[in-house]
Design a protein around this ligand. Structure first.
Ligand SMILES: NC(=O)c1ccc[n+]([C@@H]2O[C@H](COP(=O)([O-])OP(=O)(O)OC[C@H]3O[C@@H](n4cnc5c(N)ncnc54)[C@H](OP(=O)(O)O)[C@@H]3O)[C@@H](O)[C@H]2O)c1
Length: 324
């Protein structure tokens, strides 16, 4: 089968189609004939040699796919031919990929087969951080940084659909307008506005109950200032840096909780619990049209390098897909 290999991993990496063995499903695994694979910023880091795959994961790129079940291993409750999407530990940039049934879901009603590849990584991440870690509740205010990202466009819709008031940050007026069309009640342009001032202004000084951050750096301290009493802050990335000089006084005074999480290295049982929660609560929301994947662009798999270049440029809004 065809799969994308990383040539010269590092800052000048290239992506190239190569032929590799088609894998065979073991117990509880699905062999998926890939319709589309989602591109994630983590893929760029992996190709640059900065994010090695966890033990046992395929060396080829690709953390999420959609497609049809080509073969189901023993104990995997999906029929051959069933349309599915799945979270992976790797290998999605290929004609076929193995997924554990614990990380697979049916393609939801109302979503096209290829577009469903844009759901798993963003929804598993948004759900487990907003709900499991930050315990976001109906009626609360959430600040989502990076609202224009694949994760952000999904998190905005999810939080809104669950009854939260959504504030977000994005770079530039057009991206802010697009975030507001997705359901944010206020999108703050981080190029021209101070998000702490804006959040405190719109919440009449209270601050945000929950903050989902992928920026880090000086945002770590600013998030403490923008949080409400008993606020919960969760970092999923530190794009602006993993170190910062931070005034912890607001954390103490406001009794804040600060957490950081990753998804890829979690156990199958942990991922199954998220999958089950998505099926129960989020799949019905998708069926009503309250939430949909936001697809910026789609490239043929042979043009994976161009898809990475687009993500590296930051010119996209939402998800970038590769079609097999
Ligand atoms: N921990 C986990 O489990 C986990 C899981 C999935 C993803 N992630 C992380 O989540 C992030 C989003 O992933 P993705 O695949 O959705 O990436 P993406 O679509 O490329 O989004 C990244 C976004 O971050 C924003 N950004 C970058 N630098 C910024 C800065 N200095 N200040 C403010 N905003 C900045 C950009 O938005 P603007 O151009 O609008 O500013 C950009 O669209 C990545 O960092 C990824 O590694 C973590």
């Amino acid at each position: 089968m065809r799969a994308i290999s990383i040539i010269n991993p590092g800052p000048d990496y290239k992506l190239q189609l190569t032929d590799i063995e088609t894998p065979e499903p073991g117990p509880h695994q699905l062999l998926i004939k890939v319709a589309a694979a989602g591109v994630n910023r983590a893929d760029l880091l992996q190709a640059q040699g900065k994010y090695p795959p966890p033990p046992g994961a395929p060396l080829t790129l690709g953390l999420e796919v959609s497609g049809t079940v080509a073969e189901a291993g023993a104990g995997a409750p999906f029929a051959a031919g069933a349309p599915v999407c799945a979270l992976l530990t790797g290998g999605g940039y290929a004609d076929y990929v193995l997924a554990d049934e614990a990380c697979a879901l049916p393609v939801p009603a109302g979503v096209g087969l290829a577009d469903a590849a844009g759901l798993p990584e963003a929804l598993f991440t948004a759900w487990t951080n907003l709900i499991d870690s930050a315990a976001l509740k109906t009626g609360e205010t959430v600040l989502i940084h990076g609202g224009s990202s694949g994760i952000g466009t999904t998190a905005i819709q999810l939080a809104k659909a669950l009854g939260a008031k959504v504030l977000t940050t994005a770079g530039g007026a057009k991206r802010c307008e697009a975030c507001e069309r997705l359901g944010a009640s206020l999108a703050i342009d981080h190029h021209t506005e101070d998000f702490v001032e804006e959040v405190l202004d719109v919440t009449e000084g209270r601050g945000a109950d929950v903050i989902l951050d992928m920026v880090g750096g000086d945002y770590i301290g600013k998030n403490f200032d923008a949080a409400a009493l008993k606020g919960r802050i969760v970092n999923i990335a530190f794009q602006k840096g993993t170190t910062a000089t931070v005034n912890f006084a607001p954390m103490l005074a406001k009794r804040l909780t600060f957490a950081a999480t990753t998804l890829r290295g979690r156990t199958l049982d942990e991922k199954r619990a998220i999958r089950d929660a998505l099926l129960k609560t989020v799949w019905p929301l998708i069926a009503t049209g309250a939430l949909k994947p936001v697809i910026d662009s789609t490239f043929p798999i042979a043009e994976a390098g161009a898809a990475h270049a687009l993500m590296a440029s930051g010119g996209h809004f939402g998800k970038i897909l590769l079609t097999a």
